[in-house]
Write a protein that binds this ligand. Structure first.
Ligand SMILES: [Zn+2]
Ligand SMILES: [Zn+2]
Length: 147
């Protein structure tokens, strides 16, 4: 599958979600019958588009966990889910299995990179705040000068 094709399929997939939420007004719909109706409509009009319900067409998160029982996949941008403390929200009992290399398998790499990541992300947050405050101050000051 080439890149354009993948983007087209992914966009079509997301548009089908949008259609179920906006047109069908099914805000809790995921890949159910309303989604599949839209998917089949798209594929009928554009046979070259494949609106798959597979997870690899979803926006992918760097960290994913899969429920051992119902196979629901949870994605996060950080390792915020602790499998030893959390259970699957859908079936309430399933244990969440990390789909990324865990500390046991990538011990050295994670130990050296994790604290640095946290420091740099909090620094950039306050930098952004700084910029925002300066921008607002400048905007307010220049307004009062004009007035
Ligand atoms: Zn989807
Ligand atoms: Zn589950």
């Amino acid at each position: 599958m080439d890149c354009d094709e993948r983007i087209r399929n992914t966009l079509s997939h997301e548009m089908c979600h949008l259609a179920t939420w906006v047109i069908d007004d099914k805000i809790n719909e995921h890949h159910g019958k309303f989604f599949k109706t839209w998917a089949s409509r798209v594929m009928k009009i554009h046979p070259d588009i494949d609106v798959s319900i597979k997870h690899n067409y979803e926006i992918s998160y760097p960290f994913e966990w899969e429920c051992q029982l119902c196979s629901k996949v949870y994605g996060r941008f950080s390792k915020s889910i602790r499998p030893d403390e959390c259970f699957c929200g859908a079936c309430k009992t399933g244990v969440l299995i990390p789909l990324f290399p865990t500390k046991q398998s990538a011990h050295a790499v994670q130990n050296s990179s994790e604290p640095k990541d946290k420091i740099s992300s909090s620094e950039s947050d306050s930098d952004l705040e700084d910029v925002a405050v300066k921008f607002l101050t400048k905007a307010l000051t220049s307004t009062s000068i004009v007035d």
